[in-house]
Ligand binder design. Structure first.
Ligand SMILES: C[S@@+](CC[C@H](N)C(=O)[O-])C[C@H]1O[C@@H](n2cnc3c(N)ncnc32)[C@H](O)[C@@H]1O
Length: 272
């Protein structure tokens, strides 16, 4: 924590440099972000005026997917790149429907970890581990993961708005395959991923904003590249679609202008 910073800022965090978790928090209207994050958020909105709505749609998709998985009998969730807690966190959605549901969150961001620890302190069936998606073996072996997840039973693996922060050189497909191989049949994979399919110019301008100002790469991928994450799984209906079109709760949730949601694709798949 530096001089004049709120006391929730964990030691060692450089609030002058924008960061993925806090930019997303800003776009969602949260309060755990600083000027550098807000500047990037504003630059993203300048490139994609619907960016805030896409962020909210992503959260709503996460909620619908967790409800779908819980209804399908999933009682344990591994949410990697879980973010700074906000409305509709996975344990809240799942435990409302199934109080015995267990959730392991994983993130690399110190603010996300500190806040998650604080809100989970009273919840014996949910925890957060300080872990990097790029080291999937460590996530699988982590004591926190093992304390709540039984890998002989189906798991809901959530990789929502995180894989696009892993570069091609870091081989995100190998990472997902490593996680998949640890999952029992009947497990599910939930992915939402930035895409350049609908509007390449906007997508690549967004990548440049991150390149310039954020301590992480943003890699918008094509539909075939995103579909490869589902190798070894079977997509459930309606397949890989723009976020609001994945099993909308009501007709009112379907946007009048679908092109304004071209920035990301969402899908849920089952391991046979
Ligand atoms: C855009 S937020 C998404 C949060 C949440 N999954 C959602 O969809 O609402 C991305 C999160 O992924 C985390 N993240 C980025 N790279 C990561 C990595 N290599 N390992 C773990 N978490 C990562 C960031 O810290 C951030 O909290």
């Amino acid at each position: 924590m530096g001089a004049g910073e709120p006391d929730w800022v964990p030691p060692g965090v450089d609030t002058r440099r924008a960061n993925v978790a806090r930019v997303y928090d800003y776009l969602l209207g949260g309060s755990h972000n600083f000027l550098a994050d807000q500047d990037v958020g504003r630059a993203i909105v300048a490139v994609e005026p619907n960016a805030r709505a896409i962020g909210r749609a992503n959260r709503a998709f996460l909620g619908r997917a967790v409800r779908f998985l819980t209804a399908a009998g999933i009682r344990q969730f591994l949410d990697i790149g879980s973010g700074i807690p906000t409305e509709g966190n996975v344990h809240e959605v799942a435990q409302k429907l199934a109080p015995d549901a267990r959730v392991v969150y994983a993130d690399i961001d110190p603010v996300a970890i500190a806040h998650s620890k604080a809100i989970l302190a009273v919840n014996q069936n949910a925890t957060i581990i300080d872990s990097d998606l790029r080291e999937p073996e460590k996530i699988l072996a982590d004591e926190g993961t093992r304390s709540l997840i039984d890998f002989s039973q189906p798991v809901g693996l959530l990789l929502v708005a995180v894989l696009h922060f892993v570069s091609d050189a870091e081989d995100p497909w190998r990472i997902v395959a490593t996680l998949r191989d640890a999952l029992a049949p009947g497990s599910y994979l939930v992915v939402c991923h930035g895409t350049d399919e609908g509007n390449p110019a906007v997508a690549h301008a967004g990548e440049k904003v991150y390149q310039r100002a954020v301590s992480a790469e943003l890699r918008m991928r094509s539909r075939p590249e995103i579909l490869r994450f589902f190798d070894g799984f079977e997509l459930v209906d309606p397949g890989l679609v723009a976020i609001p079109f994945w099993r909308p709760g009501s007709p009112a949730e379907v946007p009048a202008d679908p092109t304004s949601y071209w920035g990301a694709l969402a899908g849920v798949a089952r391991k046979p």
